[in-house]
Design a protein around this ligand. Structure first.
Ligand SMILES: [Fe+2]
Length: 375
């Protein structure tokens, strides 16, 4: 947290509310996020609750919520969303203390209001909601749930499942959401940085990746914006010219436009998290042994809380800056298309995003891209 006064913020944001996905099979995805990612089913909407259009499963892990939606009705608009994008994130919902104030500011800055502020009520209370358009077809729903005590939103019922964690599995694989990265079109990164600055009052964070940090074939540019209290962080990528198709180009092609590229899941024990995920069959990008053996890199990494050999065994990356260090690792894409994936991140002071790892990471990603024939 940073020193922050929300009375002077034109668009105060409390934190993340939910990450809403549209997937091809929400019933099975809900099982996957419980069994592999250790999330807990807490709420549900579907035909049995009067929602004949789709299934929606609400899962929690610590402070964060995923909502997984999949069409039931063949005429559901979610079918078209899924045809365009494959499994992906349609809504990065944010909790705000004053929906109307945020929307008034967003409107005055020219934002597209997808949903005007309105109340929804059930026996658990009232939620005030609105939504604004962000990059591609992604939206930010703004949620004030201060007058609500239900399991998620009106229309959802509480639901648990019989899924039982394996003996020895960590209580939680991740505790919170650290950041959500957006991929935007070539030449649009600065426009979207300006959008978050102007419309949502986000400030720029120091980390900046120019096209100088890239492999010969795969380049990107990246800047980071954050909400006033720094709880919500959005790195934004755009492709940069390379000799071959960059990972951002590949995403834009298969997602059919801009969208959320990865979710960074915060863990306080990345070794246990990675071991638990791997035991469930989750696949990570491989890191070359040279990454750990390079003397220059080792000197930069310095002392971390675990032996380097433990990181190497799991392919976990290290980055360090003036404030501390972070440990991180990236999964392979979670769906059928080479689009959205996860990062696991354990921070020790560092406020960065692993800029120092881009080179090693790109090389690993490119090996995967080549195997898919998209490079
Ligand atoms: Fe990240």
């Amino acid at each position: 947290m940073v020193a922050y006064d929300d009375t002077t913020d034109p668009f105060p944001v409390t934190g993340w509310d939910a990450v809403v996905w549209v997937v091809g099979n929400a019933t099975q995805a809900a099982h996957y996020y419980q069994s592999a990612y250790g999330m807990e089913l807490v709420a549900y909407s579907g035909p049995e609750t009067g929602n004949r259009d789709h299934h929606a499963y609400v899962l929690r892990s610590g402070a964060i919520r995923f909502v997984l939606k999949g069409a039931v009705d063949p005429a559901s608009p979610l079918v078209d969303t899924h045809r365009r994008h494959g499994d992906g994130i349609t809504d990065i919902a944010l909790e705000v203390p004053d929906v109307d104030r945020c929307i008034a500011h967003a409107r005055s800055e020219g934002a597209t209001i997808v949903e005007e502020p309105h109340d929804v009520t059930d026996e658990h209370g009232t939620v005030r909601l609105a939504a604004i358009a962000a990059y591609g077809e992604t939206v930010h729903t703004l949620v004030d749930r201060s007058q609500y005590r239900g399991p998620y939103l009106p229309g959802y019922v509480e639901r648990t499942s019989s899924h039982t964690k394996r003996p020895g599995a960590p209580k939680r694989v991740f505790q919170a959401l650290d950041h959500v990265v957006g991929n935007v079109e070539l030449g649009k990164m600065d426009e979207w940085v300006a959008f978050y600055n102007r419309v949502m009052g986000f400030t720029n964070m120091a980390e900046f990746v120019g096209d100088d940090i890239a492999t010969e074939y795969s380049a990107l540019m990246s800047k980071v914006v954050a909400s006033g209290n720094h709880r919500v962080k959005f790195p934004l990528n755009e492709p940069a010219a390379g000799k071959k198709k960059s990972q951002i180009d590949e995403y834009l092609e298969f997602y059919q436009g801009p969208g959320a590229q990865h979710l960074a899941l915060a863990t306080n024990d990345i070794l246990a998290s990675v071991d638990a995920l791997r035991a469930e069959g989750v696949e990570f990008l491989a890191t070359p042994d040279s990454y750990y053996e390079d003397p220059e890199l080792r000197a930069r990494i310095g002392e971390v809380r675990v032996p380097i050999s433990e990181l190497q065994k799991r392919g976990i990356l290290v980055d360090r800056d003036e404030d501390g260090y972070l440990l991180q690792i990236f999964t392979k894409p979670v769906g059928d298309r080479p689009t959205v994936f996860f990062e696991l991140i354990e921070r020790h002071g560092s406020l960065g995003f692993g800029k120092g790892n881009f080179q090693a990471l790109f090389e690993a990603i490119e090996r995967e891209q080549a195997r898919r024939g998209n490079f």
